[in-house]
Design a protein around this ligand. Structure first.
Ligand code: ZN
Length: 508
C-alpha cells in the first residue's frame, strides 16, 4: 500500500498543474480584454477552447478520483483543518462537481451561453426582451438540469447553483439576512429621498483629465497597499481584477473624463480584490489552501476598500489636498465637505453598476427574488419583465422605463451565471462585519486613515482572511474572525451612521 504522503504529493502535483493551465487561460483572457487586436479574436477563442478542454480532462482524470478515494480513507492525512485535509476536502468538492455534470450538458451550456450572450447584446441594444426570451428559456432549463445533476437537499434546486459561488450557503441562509436588510434599506432610501439636503453631484462631472486620473488612482492604490511590483493597471471596457498567479495580479479600469468616481472608485474596488490575490499564501499556490475562499468574501474585500475606506471622510481628509493638486480646475474651489457629500450621493436609479452604497443591495435582492423561482419553475421566463418592473417599483419607488434599464441590463443570465448575484450583497454584509472586527482589534481605523496609514488594515486582512485560503467555509471564517454569525445588522448600522448625518435623517 502506498504511503499517505506519497499519494498526497501526487494529488498536489496534479492540482498544481491544473492551476498552472488555468493561469495560462487567465493571461490570455486578460490580454483578450485589454490589448488583443480585433482580428485576433477567433484565434484566441481557439486557444481558450483547447485549454478549457485540457483543464477539464485533467480535473476529471480517473486517477484524481482514485487518489481522492484513497486519501479520503487515510486517518494519518493530518489534523482537521490542516492543509492536507483541507486540500483533499476541497479537491473532492471540485472533482465531484466537475464529474457529476455530463460532458454533453457542459458543452451545451457553453454553446448556448456563448450564443445567448450575443443575443443579449443585441436585445439590450434594442431594449427588446422578446429577442432574448428564447435564450433565457434555454439557459434556465439547462441550469435546472445542472442543479439536478449536482444534487440538492430539501427540495431547493437553487442551492446547488449558489453553492458553486458561495460554498455551503443555502437559499434559507440568504433569505434570513436579505429580509431584514431589505426592510431596513427600503425605509432608508425613502427617508433619504425625502430629505431636503442634497449634495451637488455636478462637481464630479467637471473635466478630470484622464492622465491625471491614472496617476492619482495608481498612487492611491499603491498607498493603500496594492503592490505594483506584483501587479499592474490597464484599461478595459468592463473592469475586472485577474489574479494570474504569485507575483502577478492584473487590475483594469475605464476612464471617463467627465465623471471622476467611475475610474477612481473602480480602481479602489479592483485593488481590494487584487490585495486579496496578492495576500494569498504563495507557497500553497495551485492548491485550495492558496486560493480565495468564495466570491462573497472576495467581494467583501473590494467593497471594504471602495466604500468603507475609500468613501469615508478620514480617507479624504488625508487625500483631498492631493486630489485638488491633481485636478486644480475641477476641485480647486470645492470644499472637502462638498466633495465628500457628492461622492456619497444616494438616490434610486435603474442601473445596478451605477448604484450607490445604500441602494446597491436592493438591486441584488431584486435579482435574487427572480432567480430562485426561475430555477424552481415557479416563474416563467416570459414573465420576467413584468415581475421585474413590479418588484423594482416596490423597492425603489420609481418605474423602469424600458427593458434596457430593467431586466436586460446585466450580462450574468445570458452567461449562465445564475446563483452569482447574492454574493455581491453578502460581500457588503461580510465587509461591515470584518471592518468592525478590524476596527476593534486595531484600535480605531478612522484615526489611522486620517494620517494616511492603511498598512495595519491591510495586514490584518492578510492575516485573518487572505492567508487562510479555503481552510474554512466562508460563513465559518467570518464567524471565527468576528465572533458573530453572518448578519445584516452591522451593515445597516454602518449605513445609518454614515448617511443619517449626511442627509439629516434618522431611523424613525
Ligand atoms: Zn467586485
Amino acid at each position: 500500500m502506498a504511503a499517505t504522503a506519497e499519494l498526497y504529493q501526487e494529488l498536489v502535483g496534479r492540482l498544481k498543474e491544473t492551476s498552472l493551465l488555468g493561469s495560462c487561460v487567465n493571461v490570455l483572457g486578460w490580454d483578450e480584454q485589454t490589448y488583443l487586436p480585433t482580428q485576433g479574436a477567433e484565434h484566441r477563442s481557439n486557444q481558450l477552447g483547447l485549454l478549457a478542454g485540457m483543464i477539464h480532462d485533467r480535473a476529471t482524470h480517473p486517477r484524481v478520483g482514485e487518489l481522492l478515494g484513497e486519501l479520503g480513507q487515510r486517518s494519518d492525512l493530518g489534523e482537521p483543518d490542516s492543509a492536507p485535509v483541507v486540500n483533499v476536502r476541497e479537491a473532492r468538492r471540485y472533482y465531484d462537481r466537475a464529474t457529476k455534470l455530463p460532458k454533453s450538458l457542459v458543452e451545451e451550456l457553453s454553446r448556448v451561453t456563448s450564443l445567448g450572450q450575443q443575443a443579449w447584446v443585441k436585445a439590450r441594444k434594442a431594449s427588446d426582451f422578446a429577442q432574448f426570451r428564447p435564450w433565457l428559456e434555454k439557459i434556465v432549463e439547462l441550469k435546472r438540469q445542472e442543479a439536478r445533476c449536482i444534487g440538492f437537499d430539501g427540495g431547493v434546486p437553487y442551492d446547488a447553483l449558489l453553492d458553486e459561488y458561495e460554498p455551503g450557503m443555502k437559499v434559507g441562509d440568504v433569505q434570513a439576512v436579505f429580509t431584514p436588510l431589505r426592510e431596513a434599506l427600503v425605509k432608508m432610501v425613502a427617508a433619504i429621498a425625502g430629505a431636503s439636503k442634497k449634495p451637488d453631484v455636478m462637481i464630479l462631472h467637471r473635466r478630470f483629465p484622464v492622465e491625471a486620473q491614472r496617476v492619482f488612482a495608481t498612487d492611491v492604490a499603491k498607498r493603500i497597499g496594492f503592490d505594483f511590483e506584483a501587479g499592474r493597471l490597464d484599461v478595459t471596457a468592463h473592469p475586472f481584477c485577474n489574479g494570474i498567479g504569485p507575483g502577478d495580479c492584473r487590475l483594469t479600469t475605464r476612464y471617463n473624463e467627465n465623471h471622476f468616481p467611475e475610474a477612481f472608485f473602480g480602481v479602489l474596488h479592483e485593488a481590494g480584490h487584487g490585495m486579496y490575490e496578492q495576500g494569498l499564501d504563495r507557497g500553497a499556490y495551485g492548491t485550495p489552501m492558496g486560493d480565495s475562499v468564495s466570491l462573497g468574501i472576495h467581494e467583501s474585500q473590494s467593497r471594504m476598500w471602495e466604500n468603507f475606506v475609500g468613501r469615508s471622510r478620514p480617507f479624504w481628509s488625508h487625500f483631498y489636498p492631493q486630489a485638488q493638486a491633481h485636478f486644480p480646475d475641477a476641485l480647486g474651489t470645492v470644499s472637502l465637505c462638498d466633495f465628500y457629500g457628492a461622492i456619497n450621493d444616494v438616490r434610486p436609479s435603474f442601473i445596478r453598476v451605477e448604484a450607490d452604497e445604500v441602494t446597491y443591495n436592493l438591486h441584488i435582492m431584486l435579482r435574487f427574488e427572480l432567480e430562485q423561482p426561475l430555477i424552481s419553475g415557479d416563474l416563467n421566463p416570459a414573465d420576467v419583465p413584468t415581475v421585474w418592473t413590479e418588484t423594482f417599483t416596490r423597492y425603489f419607488g420609481i418605474v423602469p422605463p424600458d427593458d434596457r434599464r430593467g431586466c436586460l441590463q446585466d450580462v450574468h443570465w445570458s452567461g449562465g451565471m445564475l446563483g452569482y448575484f447574492p454574493t455581491y450583497a453578502l460581500g457588503n454584509m461580510y465587509a461591515a462585519q470584518l471592518y468592525n472586527a478590524a476596527d476593534r482589534d486595531l484600535g480605531g481605523l478612522e484615526g489611522q486613515f486620517a494620517k494616511g496609514e492603511f498598512q495595519p488594515l491591510k495586514e490584518w486582512l492578510n492575516k485573518h482572511i487572505h492567508h487562510k485560503g479555503k481552510q474554512y467555509r466562508p460563513q465559518r471564517l467570518v464567524e471565527m474572525v468576528t465572533g458573530e454569525k453572518l448578519s445584516p445588522q452591522p451593515l445597516i448600522d454602518h449605513l445609518w451612521r454614515k448617511f443619517g448625518p449626511l442627509y439629516g435623517v434618522g431611523r424613525e
